[in-house]
Design a protein around this ligand. Structure first.
Ligand code: TRP
Length: 341
């Protein structure tokens, strides 16, 4: 058995550098990503080309891309164990993206719910990139021949389209792409907005007070938790887990539980003699302590330019090697003349 090295399965995902990462992104998802690297060969890239489908200030996009990378590393994605890179550093993405555009049907792209959603919300900027971006996403994925693509429910349709494109290409030209599976990770905590506990704490939400960002300073975090909505209008004022009737309290309990490891009944017992006035700041404190090391580490990484550049340079080198192999195979199969250099 010793000479048989078992190949780990490959996992790949892209993360758009738009909006700030929130407590919801951390507790619900990123927190559990570190351990994936034990089982899978993981690739994560900052999808900066995808961010161009909406207008950004150039300086903001640049800053966000690097900040986001730093935050993921600070959340536990070890650059020694995962391949981390920027999409625009690996030119094969854009190149295969164009080619796959020619194997993706207008009708398919028209059916994408995200396109319909986004174009109705941004009627003044329905650009070609917004429409064809699933073809670029297919390229992002297929370049690396991954087995699994972990995505949120909202991206599943795009991974399914990727599978269709891969199969179509393979049928025309012979086995070229591995057909990947979408992988919808079990959500850790589903963290809701502090002011509107019926909607998710979202990363792109513009209004800040119901949302905790990973980089928020402690005073802001405490202030936001003190203002969190509970059931003071019609409830009994007790810290009790009842998501249906007390969604705000249930959300706070869930956050507290995720940060401290305590169960709901332990939390109920802890606050049985105190009201929300004690409970809410306690949740705030627990969140402050959970996020403190992440914020400090992310700030350290961002300010150490050489370190972070080294990470995405190494990542891009490794990614380019694999992406280049796939792209050469594709060029040859579709009839592009072999490069003379
Ligand atoms: N479209 C994804 C999103 O909006 C981001 C993304 C781009 C992606 N390329 C990808 C995700 C490839 C998984 C695989 O969240």
């Amino acid at each position: 058995m010793d000479n048989v090295t078992e190949q780990k399965k490959i996992m790949l995902s892209g993360i758009k550098p738009t909006g700030d990462l929130t407590l919801g992104s951390y507790l619900g998802a990123i927190k559990n990503w570190a351990e994936r690297a034990e089982q899978f060969d993981c690739y994560y890239f900052m999808a900066d080309l995808h961010a161009l489908t909406t207008r950004n200030k150039p300086a903001d996009l640049r800053r966000r891309t690097l900040e986001q990378l730093a935050q993921y590393i600070a959340c536990g994605l070890d650059p020694q164990k995962n391949t981390l890179f920027l999409q625009s550093d690996v030119h094969e993405h854009a190149e295969l993206g164009w080619i796959l555009n020619c194997y993706t049907m207008f009708g398919e792209l028209s059916r994408m719910t995200q396109f319909k959603d986004k174009s109705s919300k941004n009627a003044d900027n329905i650009n070609g990139g917004l429409f064809t971006y699933p073809a670029l996403m297919a390229a992002d994925i297929l370049l690396y021949q991954p087995d699994y693509v972990p995505v949120g429910e909202d991206q599943k349709q795009h991974v399914e389209l990727t599978r269709d494109i891969a199969q179509r290409f393979n049928n025309l030209y012979g086995e070229t792409f591995k057909v990947p599976e979408p992988w919808i990770p079990k959500v850790g905590a589903r963290v809701m907005d502090l002011l509107d506990p019926l909607s998710k704490m979202s990363k792109s939400d513009e209004v800040g007070n119901g949302r905790i960002c990973l980089m928020d300073d402690p005073a802001d975090i405490l202030r936001k938790f003190k203002r969190a909505v509970t059931d003071s209008d019609n409830g009994d004022g007790c810290v009790r887990y009842d998501p249906e009737n007390k969604p705000g309290v249930a959300n706070l309990m869930q956050i507290y539980s995720a940060c401290t490891g305590r169960t709901y009944s332990e939390i109920e017992a802890e606050f049985v003699h105190s009201g929300y006035g004690v409970f809410k700041p306690a949740v705030g404190e627990a969140v402050v302590e959970t996020l403190r090391p992440i914020r400090e580490e992310a700030n350290r990484i961002i300010s150490d330019k050489a370190y972070i550049q080294g990470i995405y340079a190494d990542g891009a080198k490794k990614a380019s090697y694999i992406a280049g192999k796939t792209l050469r195979k594709v060029y040859k199969k579709i009839g592009l003349v072999e490069k003379p250099f």
